[in-house]
Write a protein that binds this ligand. Structure first.
Ligand code: FAD
Length: 184
């Protein structure tokens, strides 16, 4: 039988172990008011959760998409989504909205289902980072990077002065309705 002093030290050590384990399993992952816990933040930093981290700018994830027809169909649909996203982005976005668009464009590139297209587009983003200060800036930037891809694929250049008309997508009506509905 161990002497009482050694036994109580062992009990203290065991209690400390249990407390540490409980904190790591429960407390460390709990979030307050939807804010990430310190552990979640640390993990996020480790994985490059910030806008300049590896999460947003890492390697292209999808494999090569050999089928030319699938590649072209995907491209038309993807450009439509991107340009329409920019056309409906706020003219005066909050800082959080700017960060959301920046992250979206980077993850759009990383996860783009045509791996070789994503690789090329990653280089375009590295040279010309997404412009997120306003709807007009984002739309012009989108037009410019699409033209860079057009040039590489030997396709005609689009006149970016017309970008607002090309992807208006009914936003004007929505904004008018919102203004009409707003209390005076
Ligand atoms: C991010 C990304 C990267 C791609 N990379 C590759 C690649 O590496 N290799 C490859 O083979 N394909 C790639 N594609 C697909 C390629 O860009 C085309 O979408 C596809 O070849 C079909 O071309 P399209 O001639 O039908 O017109 P698209 O280029 O798909 O354009 C669709 C329509 O958008 C309009 N448009 C054209 N240029 C602009 C512009 N600058 N701004 C706004 N609107 C415009 C025109 O009305 C056009 O008809 C990529 C697509 C995306 C979204």
């Amino acid at each position: 039988m161990a002497p009482p002093a050694i036994r109580s030290r062992f009990v203290l050590l065991a209690l400390f172990g249990v407390a540490l384990f409980t904190f790591l399993i429960l407390g460390g992952h709990r979030s307050i008011d939807g804010q990430p816990s310190p552990i979640q933040q640390a993990n996020s930093n480790k994985q490059g959760g910030g806008s300049s981290g590896a999460l947003l700018t890492g390697h292209a994830i999808a494999p090569k998409l050999g089928n030319a027809t699938a590649k072209a169909e995907l491209g038309r649909a993807a450009w439509k989504v991107l340009h329409t996203t920019f056309a409906r982005f706020p003219e005066k976005p909050s800082e959080e909205e700017k960060e959301a668009l920046r992250s979206y464009v980077h993850l759009f590139q990383r996860l783009y289902p045509c791996g070789e297209c994503a690789e090329h587009f990653g280089k375009v983003l590295a040279k010309y980072p997404p412009q997120v200060s306003s709807r007009s800036a984002a739309a012009m930037w989108g037009c410019m990077v699409h033209n860079i891809v057009n040039k590489r694929l030997k396709k005609p250049q689009f006149n970016c002065e017309n970008i607002g008309d090309a992807y208006d997508c009914g936003c004007g009506d929505d904004e008018k309705k919102e203004k009409d509905a707003a209390p005076a």
